[in-house]
Design a protein around this ligand. Structure first.
Ligand SMILES: Nc1ncnc2c1ncn2[C@@H]1O[C@H](COP(=O)(O)OP(=O)(O)OP(=O)(O)O)[C@@H](O)[C@H]1O
Ligand SMILES: [Mg+2]
Length: 244
């Protein structure tokens, strides 16, 4: 199994936020996590990528069968764990292109700049982005939608083993949601295990969800329900009150 989360208990700022999470994601699988504000979705994503301030108190996270909870965020990134942030940070002084080449060479040992340029050009076209944007420092002055798309572009270029996308659809216009959904489905089809955190079913129609254990509902730090696409539709219609 690519990613296996076992009875994960996590503390943030002295408060237990995750209270025993179990989740398995295989290569090429596409999973969706829904849940009310403050239920712990971003905390779960941070625990997987290894962001500081998120303390594992109990349980484990296995990647390719090995525990990663004591590994640094950089080590995990080099192993192929990628996260799209809910609020992407602006990195002053570093162009998007040099940021990408640094990330790629740390994952693969080296980066072929010519090939990278070609991939970037193809990628921005597919995402409907302007070429001008990637010459600017990472995320600096990018619009909300451009930030989200630039992170999808990073995912497409870096081809991680696992990608966690924290609200990739928020703030996007209708066409952009479809494009982003399509790109995530393509990443999964090419073997990346994808976890998409979202509040809305709109992106789900653009995602190729397969099976009946791919939508997970997080509620107060626990996964309280698992299902297929119909579970997400039920939540959109009836709200989270159906869970308690
Ligand atoms: N540094 C911190 N100190 C104290 N509490 C925190 C800290 N970071 C997060 N929390 C709390 O942990 C809980 C879960 O937060 P988290 O960001 O994981 O929620 P979420 O499910 O992603 O919500 P949203 O849908 O609003 O993005 C919240 O109650 C939040 O206030
Ligand atoms: Mg969140």
């Amino acid at each position: 199994m690519l990613l296996e989360i076992k009875n994960l208990h996590v503390e943030v700022g002295g408060k237990e936020v995750l209270k025993g999470i179990d989740l398995k994601v295989g290569s090429g699988e596409l999973h969706v996590i829904m849940g009310p504000n403050g239920s712990g979705k971003t905390t779960l994503a941070k625990a997987i990528v290894g962001l500081s301030g998120v303390k594992v108190k109990e349980g484990d996270i296995l990647f390719d069968g090995k525990s990663i909870i004591n590994m640094s965020i950089d080590e995990r990134a080099r192993m192929g764990i990628f996260m799209q942030y809910q609020n992407p940070v602006e990195i002053e002084g570093v162009s998007f292109l040099s940021f990408l080449s640094t990330a790629k060479s740390s994952m693969e040992g080296s980066a072929d700049m010519k090939k990278l340029m070609e991939e970037v050009k193809k990628g921005i076209k597919e995402l409907g982005m302007s070429e001008e944007v990637i010459k600017r420092p990472v995320n600096l002055g990018f619009s909300g939608g451009e930030k989200k798309k630039s992170e999808i572009l990073q995912m497409n270029i870096l081809k991680p083993k696992i990608a966690i996308l924290d609200e990739p659809d928020s703030g996007l216009d209708v066409d952009a949601v479809k494009i982003v959904g399509r790109e995530i489905s393509k990443a999964a089809a090419s073997g990346t295990g994808c976890i998409v955190i979202t509040h809305y079913t709109r992106i789900l129609s653009a995602l190729e969800l397969k099976g009946n254990n791919v939508v997970h509902v997080l509620y107060d730090g626990k996964i309280v329900e698992n299902g297929g696409k119909e579970l997400a539709e039920k939540i959109e219609k009836e709200g989270y009150s159906i869970l308690h």
